[in-house]
Every structure is written in structure tokens, then in C-alpha cells.
Design a binder for this molecule. Structure first.
Ligand SMILES: Nc1ncnc2c1ncn2[C@@H]1O[C@H](COP(=O)(O)OP(=O)(O)OP(=O)(O)O)[C@@H](O)[C@H]1O
Ligand SMILES: [Cu+]
Ligand SMILES: [Mg+2]
Length: 738
């Protein structure tokens, strides 16, 4: 967990006007140097920034002003829908610009058949060959359609930085101005020769760059659309029980504690607990799990899921922006915001690239003008233009964000939520996994199987006292005790002075008597005489958890609860071991119980009787031995270890504090989600590496070709667009990989 001070605030910004990764790097560099700014992450692909800053010393306006001064537009992020609408509008604008540009470019391209012997027989409208006509078309494309490139390049240069648009502007302007010069100085070329015009080059480059941008905007729109779909899962109205009548009210009017009535086929409007009723719930849209889940009274339901066949009365708990669904959307947005560290390298490369390319182009021009083809200004210029265009680093800038977008989107569909892009990168480096037992390997829904009273009280009284105290605890074991008391229809008395001791047990006062429930060691420490009992040993070797109950300082009995193992746990642990990952169990439960369960799922290394701090110690020891450790857990007692792990993984709809402390959240609640997450992480990283090598190799190979004059400017433009397109399509391939 980050040690953020209370004055630190995290704010999302939407930033427009960025043209490539170099712009993002520029903003990060400037803003991170501002006083009071702790951290900033700018994502060029999403047009977003995420800044953590001290809001008492540095108002957010100061940060947005600073970004505006760099030549971009920055605003405090409003909401997903506004964002989505503006992305959609931008997408349409780019499409129109591209189409218009293409219309003006086609007549110019037509004349290119003149360049080749084998196509020179093709008919060309005479008008198209007219230099004045070409001049008019090219001028429109260059300055009207291409105008925004000039603005952006000017802004960048004014701030002594360079972006992709600088390359575009330099390359196209050079081609355009030279053609212009030729048209107005017909004497510049030898009589009888066809004057070499480059109008088609400048127009074509602009058209292709626009095509690339349009494709990129479409990819952006698609990811936002996926988030919007999640948002659309939220119901807008709810049927609330007011007195004896059911009233339909807007969701905003539902309060925590209200009883909501959910009919078969209806969407569940808020997170809550079932009070009465029984039904199968389709949670697939949220968790990706296709099997409906049965819900009875006492079970939690999640807003946005669909009630299939029974009527439910649900006590509303978390509504609207507090709901699990909202939280999930925020997590996905946040994960797409931040960048894996591999992206930082890519950004640095992109920023370095532009000046290097400009010097390459200058060298190329000089070499041709003075050495290879002395005096042929046209040819030297042509080669320099090719270099400018081919070297554009836009594919490098796209390589990582597109893969991360697709990878985290794919994960989200399977109910795997990464809080940060960097965890998507790190997960595949993990070599050791610590697993909590209760709720992680097992269902976390233990059932009370046995209870034995000791001394003068009878079993029902034992259960009554135990349930009275346990009602106040969130622990899964407590729920088992309370459920059993309910099943036996016991009248549970009220308790006061409840205290929980994580890892040990609980204490409360029932009917004036001091009740203590927990481990044998803890009761002993409190002065209760606990003798070793044969039954306890027997229960524990059956994999049951034994709870000791003391009333007024005397041992009153013991309760045994058995939790069933999730069927998916065995399968997942098996897969992990096959991959060569070390799997270790750390549990607060007793050694004998832990070993029995461990054996059933095939874990050899067990740390039992671990207090929350002990879990951290086990973890740190492994880290000191050079291991990369992930911790998987669901409970309050796992939170410290989740925060300390290289990657903390919260499983299921566990304790809020666990979800908060973790880096990854497995909504489906199965360990197979972990193996899926690791696989997605591996695939995404491999995809990013492919993309980067694609982009780099292409630049590395193509630049020399352009320098020696083998690539004409229009080929360079096409190749540049193709490299961006291949990066984007390679990333999209991830979506369909298994
Ligand atoms: N609310 C409670 N009621 C009764 N006993 C408790 C309670 N909380 C903890 N204990 C006792 O302390 C032990 C350790 O609890 P802890 O919550 O640390 O681990 P756990 O839930 O048993 O296992 P895991 O660490 O695998 O989730 C329990 O096995 C139980 O004996
Ligand atoms: Cu480019
Ligand atoms: Mg647990």
C-alpha cells in the first residue's frame, strides 16, 4: 500500500491535444517537477492523466494551468459518459477529416501512375496533370485539413519539445513548398523535363496520418464502450417496501437499510443481503461466471446482476457510487490509467526519437545534396522527407497502451480486476504464492458439525451463549455458529461489550456472564484451564476447526466447524505447481486442521497458527530470499500481508479492507481466477514485447533504406501507417487468445 498522507489527493484529468507518447512524457516531466505533486501518470492512448498531489499547497487548477501552458487542454475528469461522448465526437471528427482529405488526395495519387513504366499507359484526366489544379488541391489539404498539425507542432516547438506532428509538418511542408516553388518558377527545371511535383506526397502523408489517428480513436472508443456497458448494468429504479406497500422510486432515493423487492427477471438495483426468498442469480455480466448462483436469506447480492426465478426481499446496503459495480468500473478506469514500467521506457525512446530523426533527415539531405547527387535539390529533399516520415515513432507510442487496454479489458470480463497497469506486468514474474486457507482455498462458509459441552451446562445453552456473542462478529466461523443456533430455533439473548481479537477469538458479555470464544492457546493465556481433549484431536485431523468456549473463566465446551474445499482450488493449485510456482499455505487455523486441508489440495508447505503479523513475516522472509511473492486472501487477518506482498490478490467479495489492500481483485472468488490472471499477464507482456519489437525493428530497418534513397516519401507514409495498424491489430489479437 502506498503511504499516502491524508493531505494527498488523487485526481483524474482529461487531457486533449496529445499527439504521441512524447507529449505524454513531456507533461509528466513538467508536472512531476511541480511542488506538491507526488506522482503523475499520463496515458496518451486514453487522453487521461492521473495525478496525486497535496491539495493544501497545490490546487488542482495550478496543475491544469501548467499543462495548458505546455499547449494541451487539461480538465478535471467529469465522468465516464462525458468522456465517452467526447471520444465519440472526436472519432467522428477524425473520420470526416480523413475522408475529406482522401477525396482531395485521390486525384493527386492518380497522377502517380506516371512514376512507373508499366502503369504509364493508364489514362489520366488532363485536369489532374495541371500544376495549378494540383497546387489548389494540395494547398487545401496542407493548410485546411492539415492545419491542426501546424498548431500542435508549433506548441511543441515553443516549449522546446518535439512530437510526432513536428515530423509530419516538416516532411509535408518540405514536399509542398518545393512543389510550390517548381510551379511558380518553371525555369527551375530543365526545359522539356516533366517538372517533379511532390504535391501528392504531402497530401498523401496527411491523409495516412489521419487514417492512423482515426483508427486509434476507434480503439479508444471501443474500450470506453466496454466500460459504459458495465455502467449500463446499473438499474435506474428500484421497488422499495415502504410500510406495507411497494413503491417504485429512482435509485437515487433508495437509502441503505431499505427493503428492496426484486421480482424474477429484474435487475438487482443495489448491493445488499437477502432477507427472505430464494432465487438463482445470473452474475455472469459481472463475474463472467456463466452458472447461475443460488441465493438464500443471509446471502449477499450484487447490484447489476439479474434475478432469474424467485422473488427476493433484499436489504439495500451499498447503492450507486458505493456499489461493487461502481467500484469495479473505477478500478478498470484506474488500471488503464497507470502504466507498466515497460511503457516508461517506450515513452523515453519516443521523446528521444524526434530530435534524432530530425538530425538524420538533415544529414541525409546534406549527403545527397553535396555528395551523392550534387546539385539535385529535388532528390535530396525527397530522401530527407522519406526519413522524416518513416522514422515517426507513433507505433512505439501505441505498443504498450493498446496491449494493456486489451489485456485488462479481457481480464475484467473474467472478473479479474487489476488496480494498476503495472500489476498486469508484474504478475507473470511471481514465483511464490501464499494462500490463506479459510475463504481462499475453502468456501469460507463453514458449517457447525459438532458441539460438546463440558461441565454443568448443556449443549443448547452452550450454543445459545456462543451465538449471542458471535452475532456481532464478521468472521466466517461466527456465521456458522449463528446459523446453527437459528437452525435449532434458539432464542439468542443480547450481548454487550463485544470485542474481536483477530487471529485469536472474541469476547462479549451475555446475560451478565463473560463469554470467551477462540483458540485453546488464547483461552489459556486468559487463565482458562483447557485440558487436551481426544475429541479435539479427532476433529482437527478431519480438517475441522475447533473453537473453545469459556463462560465466566471456565471451559464450557467446544464447537467444531467444517468448511468445504472449493472444487476449483485443487485444479488451480495443480496448475500453479505444474508451472513451477511454489505454493505455500498460511493460515490462522490450527496445525492439524491446516495440514489435513493442505493434503487434500496438494500443498506441502504450511504455516499454521499464524497471526496477521506472522503472515507478513512469512512473506517477508520469502522476499528476503529473493522470491517474488503474491499473497492471496479474503479476510481482515490477511490485509497486512496483502499490502506487503509484491502483489496482493483479494479473492471473492471478501472483507472491504482486504479488497482495499490488494492490487488485484478476483471477483469470481475462485483460485482458477488467479491462474487465468497469470496467463493473461503472460500473454499481455508477450504481446507488448512483440509490439515494441515490431515498431522498433521497422524503424531500425526502414530508416537506413530511406537514407540511402530506396524509399520514396509515399512508400514511407504507407509503411508508417501499416506499422501502427499492425501494432493495433496485434494487440487486438490478445482479445481472442485463450
Ligand atoms: N470470531 C471468532 N470466533 C471464534 N473464533 C475465532 C474468531 N476469530 C478468530 N477465531 C479463532 O482464531 C483462529 C484464527 O483466526 P483467523 O481469522 O486468523 O484465521 P482463520 O479464519 O481460521 O483462517 P485463515 O487465516 O486461513 O483465513 C480461528 O481458527 C479461531 O479459532
Ligand atoms: Cu507517425
Ligand atoms: Mg481467510
Amino acid at each position: 500500500m502506498s503511504n499516502r498522507q491524508p493531505t494527498m489527493e488523487r485526481q483524474s484529468l482529461s487531457i486533449s491535444g496529445m499527439t504521441c507518447a512524447a507529449c505524454a512524457a513531456r507533461i509528466e516531466k513538467v508536472v512531476s517537477k511541480m511542488e506538491g505533486v507526488h506522482e503523475i501518470n499520463v496515458n496518451f492512448a486514453l487522453g487521461k492523466g492521473d495525478v496525486t498531489f497535496n491539495h493544501t499547497t497545490t490546487p488542482v487548477e495550478q496543475i491544469t494551468d501548467n499543462i495548458k501552458r505546455l499547449g494541451f487542454d487539461a480538465r478535471v475528469e467529469t465522468n465516464l459518459f462525458a468522456k465517452s461522448a467526447s471520444t465519440s465526437a472526436e472519432c467522428n471528427r477524425l473520420r470526416n477529416r480523413f475522408l475529406l482529405s482522401a477525396c482531395f488526395t485521390i486525384p493527386l495519387l492518380w497522377t502517380m501512375v506516371n512514376h512507373f513504366h508499366f502503369t504509364s499507359g493508364i489514362w489520366i484526366p488532363v485536369l489532374f496533370l495541371n500544376p495549378w489544379f494540383q497546387f489548389a488541391m494540395a494547398t487545401f489539404v496542407q493548410f485546411v485539413i492539415g492545419g491542426p498539425f501546424y498548431t500542435s507542432a508549433y506548441r511543441a516547438l515553443r516549449h522546446k519539445s518535439a512530437n510526432m506532428d513536428v515530423l509530419v509538418v516538416l516532411g509535408t511542408s518540405a514536399a509542398y513548398l518545393y512543389s510550390h516553388y517548381v510551379v511558380f518558377h518553371p525555369n527551375a527545371t530543365a526545359i522539356g523535363q516533366h517538372p517533379p511535383l511532390y504535391f501528392e506526397t504531402s497530401a498523401m502523408i496527411i491523409t495516412i496520418v489521419l487514417l492512423g489517428k482515426w483508427l486509434e480513436a476507434m480503439a479508444k472508443k471501443r474500450t470506453l464502450h466496454a466500460l459504459e456497458q458495465l455502467h449500463a448494468l446499473q438499474a435506474e429504479e428500484a421497488d422499495v417496501l415502504r410500510g406495507r406497500t411497494v413503491v417504485r422510486v429512482p435509485l437515487a432515493e433508495v437509502l441503505p437499510g431499505d427493503t428492496i423487492v426484486i421480482k424474477p427477471g429484474a435487475k438487482i438495483p443495489a448491493d445488499g443481503t437477502v432477507i427472505t426468498g430464494w432465487s438463482a442469480i445470473d452474475e455472469s455480466l459481472l463475474t463472467g461466471e456463466s452458472q447461475p448462483v443460488d441465493k438464500h436469506s443471509g446471502d449477499t447480492v450484487i447490484g447489476g446482476t439479474v434475478n432469474l426465478n424467485g422473488t427476493l426481499h433484499v436489504k439495500a446496503e451499498k447503492i450507486g457510487s458505493h456499489s461493487a459495480l461502481s467500484h469495479m468500473i473505477q478500478l478498470v478506469v484506474q488500471a488503464q490509467h497507470t502504466k507498466p514500467s515497460i511503457q516508461r521506457h517506450a515513452d523515453d525512446i519516443a521523446e528521444l526519437f524526434v530530435p534524432i530523426v530530425m538530425s538524420f533527415a538533415a544529414i541525409t539531405f546534406a549527403a545527397w545534396e553535396f555528395v551523392f547527387a550534387p546539385g539535385d535539390f529535388g532528390e535530396a529533399l525527397e530522401h530527407a522527407i522519406s526519413v522524416l516520415v518513416i522514422a515517426c515513432p507513433c507505433a512505439i507510442g501505441l505498443a504498450t497502451p493498446t496491449s494493456v487496454l486489451v489485456g485488462s479489458g479481457k481480464a475484467a470480463k473474467k472478473g479479474i480486476l487489476f488496480k494498476d497497469g503495472k500489476h498486469l506486468e508484474m504478475l507473470q514474474q511471481i514465483d511464490t504464492i501464499l494462500l490463506d486457507k479459510t475463504g481462499t482455498i475453502t468456501e469460507g462458509k463453514p458449517k457447525l458439525t459438532d458441539y460438546i459441552a463440558v461441565g454443568s451446562i448443556d449443549e443448547m445453552t452452550l450454543l445459545r451463549y456462543a451465538a449471542a456473542a458471535e452475532v456481532h462478529s464478521e468472521h466466517p466461523l461466527s456465521r456458522a455458529v449463528v446459523a446453527e443456533a437459528e437452525a435449532k430455533c434458539l432464542a439468542v439473548p443480547p450481548a454487550s461489550g463485544f470485542q474481536a481479537f483477530p487471529g485469536y477469538g472474541i469476547r462479549a458479555s451475555v446475560e451478565g456472564k463473560d463469554v470467551l470464544i477462540g483458540t485453546a492457546q488464547w483461552l489459556r493465556k486468559d487463565g482458562v484451564k483447557v485440558h487436551d481433549m481426544a475429541e479435539a484431536v479427532k476433529f482437527e485431523s478431519q480438517g475441522k476447526t475447533v473453537l473453545y468456549v469459556a463462560i465466566q473463566g471456565r471451559l464450557a465446551g467446544l464447537l467444531a466447524a467444517r468448511d468445504s474445499i472449493k472444487v476449483t482450488s485443487v485444479q488451480a493449485i495443480d496448475t500453479l505447481r505444474k508451472w513451477g510456482v511454489d505454493v505455500v499455505m498460511v493460515t490462522g487455523d490450527q496445525e492439524r486442521t491446516a495440514l489435513t486441508i493442505a493434503q487434500e489440495v496438494g500443498i506441502r508447505s504450511v504455516h499454521a497458527g499464524s497471526l496477521p503479523d506472522d503472515k507478513v513475516k512469512v512473506l517477508q522472509k520469502l522476499q528476503q530470499a529473493g522470491r517474488k511473492v503474491a499473497m492471496v486472501g479474503d479476510g481482515v487477518n490477511d490485509a497486512p500481508a496483502l499490502a506487503a506482498a509484491d502483489i496482493g490478490v483479494a479473492i471473492g467479495t471478501g472483507a472491504d479492507i482486504a479488497v482495499e489492500a490488494a492490487d488485484v481483485n478476483l471477483v469470481r472468488g475462485h483460485l482458477t481466477g488467479l491462474t487465468d490472471a497469470i496467463r493473461i499477464s503472460q500473454k499481455t507482456m508477450a504481446n507488448i514485447k512483440q509490439n515494441l519489437s515490431f515498431a522498433l525493428i521497422y524503424n531500425v530497418l526502414a530508416i537506413p533504406l530511406a537514407v540511402i534513397g530506396w524509399l520514396e516519401p509515399w512508400m514511407a507514409g504507407t509503411a508508417m501507417a501499416l506499422s501502427s495498424i499492425s501494432v493495433v491489430s496485434n494487440a487486438l489479437r490478445l482479445q481472442h487468445s485463450k
